[in-house]
Structures are given as structure tokens and as C-alpha cells.
Design a protein around this ligand. Sequence first.
Ligand SMILES: [Zn+2]
Ligand SMILES: [Zn+2]
Ligand SMILES: [Zn+2]
Length: 160
Amino acid sequence: MPSRRAFPTPDHDHGQCAASALASAETLCAARGARLTAVRRKVLELVWQSHAPVGAYDLLARLNRGGGRVAPIAVYRALDFLMAQGLVHRIASLNAYIGCAHAGHDHAAQFLICKGCGSAAELESPALRRALAKAVAGRGFTIDHEIVEISGLCPHCKDT
Ligand SMILES: [Zn+2]
Ligand SMILES: [Zn+2]
Ligand SMILES: [Zn+2]
């Protein structure tokens, strides 16, 4: 279950997470005929540097480390593309972005955000999504975009 391993241990092989996310992004984009350009791919790679959401300006700084001259607008455009493809989610409460580990299938973004280590994990609970949809329908409201952000402590930070 994705929910059980939502928060990988601090010593997990993160290179594996990033590599598989990038590989599935390439497969998805190819299947959809969407162009994962060099900048878009690089931004996705930088977003996947960790499980902590990262802000656009931090991405820009990482991108231009070593003398690059990528403009902020290019980073925002790349992020828009990645979000449209469902490869990245925006965490509004942090004004930051995180890679989606469930790209390729429709899901409501529900995030558990750790105040200790800064990492965020998707809850991906269909039951919560259904409950929300039901509660919202009762108000005669139509959902356009839905994202649930819950802050707290992850299992690794709670135990230390
Ligand atoms: Zn990882
Ligand atoms: Zn997701
Ligand atoms: Zn934590």
C-alpha cells in the first residue's frame, strides 16, 4: 500500500525513487505525445532531489548553480507543464512543489507534511476523497481543484 510506505526511512535509497519517477515521467510523456524538454526534465529531477517540497526560487538557484542562466519564467513554465502532466503537485501552504509518486492515474492530492524534516507524503485516500465530495455536494458546490494539506510529524521524526 502506498500509504504505508508513504514516508520512506531517512536512509532509504533515494536515487531509486528519483530514477523511477524520472523513468515513469518519460514513459508517460512519450505515451501522451508531451515533450519532456531538457529544462522540464531537469526541473523534475531537481524537484525529486528529496521528499521535501521545494520552492520555485530554490529550483532556479539549483538549476543555475554552476553558471546557468535559466530565467524564473522558464522554471514556472516547466512547473506548469509538470503539474499539467500530473508529475508534480504544488503545496499551497508552503508555496512549494513536490514530485508525484503516483503519476499516471487520477487521484486527489492529499498531503501529510512533516514539520520536523520537511518531507511530504501523499496520503492518496479514495475514502477521504469520496467523503469530501459528498460533504461538498451537500453544499451545492462543484469542485474544480482539490488539495488537502495536513501538517504534523512523520513516523521518523516522531520517534526521535
Ligand atoms: Zn526517496
Ligand atoms: Zn500525486
Ligand atoms: Zn519528518
